[in-house]
Design a protein. Structure first.
Length: 127
């Protein structure tokens, strides 16, 4: 039953959106800062703004080692006026975790960039 599932908080797993060199596109990364490997990772992404919305995209990553990262998708600045939502779920051992990362329209811009050590680039980091 759903009430029997233990929901623990997601810690040390981040999403980052960084501008891509030589193109208008930006890259979305999942960063595992955890001291455990992540298994069976599912990521769904969508953008929405009132009555408008983007397609729902789904991504699967079988394994992400501790201290590593994975490229999820590329996004275009044309969708920055949407609220961009990334919902991840994964396992550590037999425990399932999930978290929703939401980037508001005003958050993905040059004034919000900070240095992201794992990528050696500036971007918008969400813990």
């Amino acid at each position: 039953m759903k009430k029997d599932i233990l929901y623990l908080p997601v810690e040390q797993v981040a999403m980052a959106i960084v501008p891509s060199e030589g193109t208008d596109l930006w890259q979305v990364y999942l960063i595992n800062r955890n001291k455990n490997n992540l298994e069976t990772i599912l990521v769904s992404s969508k953008g929405y703004n009132g009555d408008q919305q983007t397609s729902l995209l789904r991504h699967a990553i079988p394994h992400l080692e501790m201290g590593s990262l994975a490229l999820i998708e590329s996004i275009s600045p044309e969708v920055f006026h949407f609220t961009n939502e990334f919902w991840i779920s994964f396992y550590i051992g037999t425990q399932i975790y999930d978290k929703k990362y939401i980037y508001l329209p005003s958050s993905i811009n040059a004034s919000n960039l900070s240095y992201i050590e794992e990528l050696k680039l500036k971007g918008v980091l969400h813990l």
